[in-house]
Design a protein around this ligand. Structure first.
Ligand code: ZN
Length: 138
C-alpha cells in the first residue's frame, strides 16, 4: 500500500538555498556508481516536478551538466557548494522528474535514514535497472 506523501524541507549548508518537496521516502531511495554519482556520493529520491517547490531565489543556484547541452542538470548552492537536487528527463521513468539528495532533507533522524530502503543502480555500465556487483562503498 502506498504511503501518503509527506512534505519535507530541504536546504544547503549555508541556508541560502531552501526547498520543499512532497516525498514518499518509504517507496525507496537510490544510489548509483556512475562517473558523477560516485564522486558526489549520490543518495537520491525521485519525485515529480510538481511535487517540488524552490523556496529561495534561483539565482543562488549553480547548474552543472555533463555537457552544456545535457538535459539532466545538477543544481548546487553557489555559496557553500552543497548539491541539492537534479532536474532530469528520462523516457523510461515517465519523462521529467527531480532527483533530490536525501542528505539535504532536514529533520530526518539517523535512525530513519538507515531504515530507508535503497535501490542500487549500475550506472557505470549503463545498466540502470540492476545493482552493481559491489555496493558497500556507495
Ligand atoms: Zn549554501
Amino acid at each position: 500500500m502506498a504511503m501518503p506523501l509527506k512534505t519535507y524541507q530541504g536546504s544547503c549548508h549555508c541556508q541560502k538555498v531552501r526547498f520543499q518537496a512532497d516525498i514518499d521516502l518509504e517507496a525507496g531511495t537510490g544510489k548509483c556508481n556512475c562517473s558523477f554519482c560516485i564522486k558526489v556520493r549520490d543518495w537520491i529520491v525521485l519525485i515529480k516536478p510538481e511535487a517540488f517547490q524552490l523556496l529561495s531565489d534561483a539565482s543562488e543556484l549553480g547548474d552543472y551538466g555533463f555537457t552544456s547541452q545535457s538535459v539532466n542538470r545538477h543544481l548546487f548552492c553557489q555559496h557553500c557548494g552543497v548539491r541539492l537536487y537534479s532536474k532530469c528527463h528520462l523516457p523510461e521513468l515517465g519523462g521529467d522528474f527531480i532527483s533530490i539528495m536525501v542528505s539535504v532533507l532536514d529533520g530526518i533522524s539517523d535512525e530513519q535514514l538507515v531504515a530507508l530502503p535503497v535501490q542500487f543502480f549500475d550506472g557505470r555500465h549503463d545498466n540502470w535497472f540492476e545493482a552493481p556487483k559491489v555496493t558497500a562503498h556507495l
